[in-house]
Design a protein around this ligand. Sequence first.
Ligand SMILES: Nc1ncnc2c1ncn2[C@@H]1O[C@H](COP(=O)(O)OP(=O)(O)O)[C@@H](O)[C@H]1O
Ligand SMILES: O=P(O)(O)OC[C@H]1O[C@](O)(COP(=O)(O)O)[C@@H](O)[C@@H]1O
Length: 329
Amino acid sequence: MIKRLGVLTSGGDAPGMNAAIRAVVLMANAHNIDVVGFRHGFNGLFEDDCQTLLPQHVQHIIQHGGTLLKSARCKALQLPGGPAQAADALHRHQLDALVIIGGDGSFRGALAIAEHYRGQIIGVPGTIDNDVDGTDYTIGFATAIDTALDAIDKIRDTADAFERIFLVELMGRHSGYIALSAGIAAGAEQIICPEFVQLTADNLKTVLSPIRHAQLLRGKSSYIMVVAENSYPGGTTALAQALSDELGVECRACILGHIQRGGSPVGADRILATKLGAFAVEQLVAGAHLMMAGELNQQAVLYPLDKTGDRAKQIDPYLVRWQQLIASD
Ligand SMILES: Nc1ncnc2c1ncn2[C@@H]1O[C@H](COP(=O)(O)OP(=O)(O)O)[C@@H](O)[C@H]1O
Ligand SMILES: O=P(O)(O)OC[C@H]1O[C@](O)(COP(=O)(O)O)[C@@H](O)[C@@H]1O
């Protein structure tokens, strides 16, 4: 029987986290469950930084980016004794369950706490990277794509005017979901992400040949390469320099950075966050433990928390083939 539950947002913030907090609080309220929100991710457990969350606290936050509870990465949880200390805090607050809104890193932290915690734990996937198994999409991904797209469209205007080659670096840590999706939607000539190729200074040929081919075919014209972060040693600026040296024309790098994490969540993220936040609470009430509330084929599903970081989810093979086809033309 759940009487009190804790909720926190952890890791990289993602648009839609507020919508997820709102859904958790409103669904808990419908089940007469009290909610305590911990601030600054897991740090809130160590620093006793928390607040009661009532329905009026989550009114009109669905449209806001960021997170009402703040987010952070937490070193203390990774120190020896950290998970036990975090579990003690949950016991002290008499919490029967904890909802963690974050990515697979946060879920690893949750699993570490679970070894010492007597209550139930459930995850809700919130990260712009979409690199979590057990859910087709993570909260924040759709908004990050639209934000990146808006920027790339603008870069296209200036690239067209100057007939320049641009490398636009997008986030994703070690996954290419954002780069592939935004690159496809922007009509980028090339997309470079870890799933396609591991680039080094010695194997630039795969990147150079399509550019040279396009130059032969079209002459001087704008050319946009969307590059997932961590795709090249030294980063995208170094890659732009290496390409400039090889091609003898200036290639410009644009690092989009944290802009991709901000902004009002798009409709798809608000809906996903609402569905998964509400489902997480319902499933806790039904007894779920060490699971993530995800969505597969439009169905809310439970997925084992310890499998969410397996990297089994594949980026769309059809779009990969499409991109390879057009990159060679
Ligand atoms: N193996 C682990 N043990 C304990 N805590 C962890 C572990 N891995 C991640 N965490 C916690 O989860 C936090 C968020 O993880 P991170 O990978 O940065 O973000 P995300 O949840 O978005 O993937 C970390 O700062 C850390 O406190
Ligand atoms: O804000 P920071 O700490 O520089 O982290 C940047 C990283 O966070 C992200 O924006 C989101 O990643 P997580 O959701 O896994 O934390 C990554 O795309 C990026 O690599």
